[in-house]
Design a binder for this molecule. Sequence first.
Ligand code: AKB
Length: 316
Amino acid sequence: MSPTILITGASGQLGTVLTEALQHKYGRENVIASDIRLPESFDGVFEILDVTDAIRLEEIILKYKVDQIFHLAAILSANGEQNPLNTWEINMKALLNVLEASRKNKVAKVFHPSSIAVFGENAPAVDTPNDSLLNPLTSYGLSKAAGENWGKYYFHKYGLDVRSLRYPGIIGYQSKPGGGTTDYAVEIFHKAVTGEPFTCFLDKETTLPMMFMDDAVRATLELMESPRENIKVRTSYNIAGISFSPEEITASIRERFPNFIVEYAPDFRQEIADKWPKSIQDCEASRDWNWKPEYDLSRITMEMIDNLQGNYAGFV
Ligand code: AKB
């Protein structure tokens, strides 16, 4: 029998695509998508949910007899710095509500994302190992580092099957990110395809870990489908895709659009990016559940351009 899945933050960048993948896998009627706003168009079961509202969350869990929760709703790194205390309050409250409601209502599995933002100045910047010191320097990073430990706490204390991944920047054509430091790597493709110049908010040499959407969705499903005993890391798994700088992605895009204009105007997000790893190591994820990324930069560029060209042509 198919599990009933609740996904929070279903209208976000990853949520949009993960919801479709879950619907495809488990059946449209078994996936309850939720977010604070109704999306413009949605095919399936949707509930308005602000996850900081514990009563409403529990109502939905009971209404649908939810077996698994994919808790994606959060304020990201760049937006988070506009109001750091609010970011901490919302991100932590939402996660603790999900963990507590899952424990009380015997939800079988919980997924919650962490991020490369958990790393800060005391972690090696290149090939950052999974168990590096966590000294995040953003409110978002602080909430993710604390959240990882709360997940582990609920696993050890209550046996709740909590699983997590540290996502790098995610690049996809299906949806746009909102409020992150890695967002430029999606926006740049939209500008290239629509023939507009692009002003990058990071310096041209800022290398960051990134991943194509299909890899990120596959990693999430593979982690959640792995046998419980294989999941040895109960804080969060590093998952590596590829690493590149704005200059490198521009060069890759210029192979298709040689006249594409890119200018650099680093803003406050530069400081955030400078504290994050350039690349991360993911041996634990490969060891425990065979993680392996499939998309390199040239394949990402090709997929992004081809699909965005199709999307924009559809809108004309
Ligand atoms: C962000 O930039 O805040 C996110 C992340 C890397 O967690 N994309």
